[in-house]
Design a binder for this molecule. Structure first.
Ligand code: UDP
Length: 319
């Protein structure tokens, strides 16, 4: 039986990875410290005898695992930029830097000892406020190195650099995924991300808070599509050392997301405009031709259907 370690396995994307691996009859070690994730995401998995949960802060030395690990998915990190949310990386800047630096270092050592594969969850944030669109893997980005978002952007850039260093120096079998905005059921309701904020504001009849004029763009990928790409990246034998964008290239203005969610929830909430956060990227859209070519990756669910599923989830959470 193949054995995998998923860090951040109680988080939004991590918990789907754990679930899929268990469905495929793999053994899963999940490490999380619930800094920004939630126990409820893994409740159903705890009953599975192939699932082992370890509550641990990855920036400290790693707990002993008495088994050969075939692959590591390093998905542990705060990920929301919204400083109004207690779960935001802006409120955990040091933890964010350490889990992506010391944590990544510890996990790369473990991958090397086990002769296992290492998949690092990097982010579209490494492109910063991009000057080219769509963003292709060869673009170096446009990042403020000491602004409010730098604790995340630079953490992920360091994470990429150390991952590539283990690949080049020690020949570790690494893969880097640059994840673009992803949404779906099991996101934290209070994480401050645009989709969760708008849906929950709409369901509660509260004003929908568009930051700036809402002309900035994002491209949203449904979580099942993203996770199918993540599993292909771990499973593929020919992409050692590659850096690959994953996301859905359909691009929307934030104001249009607000209008769409208003329509789909049939809410009476009004749209209000608030100050644009510092260093908020003006546009973001992945070029996914590399993922298509190497993995046959193709997002399937369109935004409207994905939003409907997410709205349904939050409706049920509310009741
Ligand atoms: N945003 C917004 N209202 C909100 C939350 C976010 O207008 O209540 C905007 C935010 O300024 C950004 C976009 O939506 O331009 C996406 O924000 P999110 O926090 O989801 O993640 P990001 O893509 O910035 O990492």
């Amino acid at each position: 039986m193949q054995v995998f370690l998923v860090t951040g396995g109680a988080g939004f994307i991590g918990s789907y990875i754990c679930g899929k691996l268990l469905e495929q009859n793999k053994k899963v070690y999940c490490i999380d410290n619930f800094l920004t994730s939630s126990r409820s995401n893994i409740f159903p998995l705890l009953e599975n005898p192939n699932f082992v949960f370890i509550n641990h802060d990855l920036s400290k030395s790693l707990p002993e695992i008495d088994e050969k690990i075939d692959g590591i998915f390093h998905f542990a990190s705060p990920a929301s930029p919204n400083k109004k949310s207690a779960r935001s990386y802006i409120n955990y800047p040091i933890e964010t830097l350490l889990v992506n630096s010391c944590g990544t270092n510890n996990l790369l050592d473990l991958a090397m000892k086990n002769n296992g594969r290492f998949v690092y969850a990097s982010s579209s944030e490494i492109y910063g406020d991009p000057e080219v669109s769509p963003q292709v893997e060869t673009y170096f980005g446009h990042v403020n190195p000491n602004g409010v978002r730098s604790c995340y952007d630079e953490a992920k850039r360091f994470g990429e650099a150390i991952t590539m260093s283990y690949f080049r120096k020690h020949n570790v079998d690494t893969r880097i995924i640059r994840i673009f905005n992803t949404y779906g059921p099991r996101m934290q309701k209070d994480d401050g991300r645009v989709v969760t904020n708008f849906i929950n504001q709409a369901l509660n009849g509260e004003p929908i808070t568009v930051y700036g004029k809402g002309q900035q763009t994002r491209s949203f990928c449904y979580v099942d599509d993203l996770v199918s790409g993540v599993l292909r990246i771990m499973g593929n034998n020919d992409i050692k050392g590659e850096v690959i964008n994953l996301g859905n290239p359909e691009e929307y203005k934030i104001i249009d997301i607000a209008t769409k969610i208003k329509e789909l929830t049939r809410t009476n909430s009004e749209i209000i405009y608030e100050e644009l956060p510092e260093d908020d990227p003006k546009r973001r859209r992945p070029d996914i031709s590399k993922a298509k070519r190497l993995l046959g990756f193709e997002p399937k669910l369109d935004l409207e259907k994905g939003l409907q599923k997410t709205i349904e989830y939050f409706r049920q959470e509310k009741s």
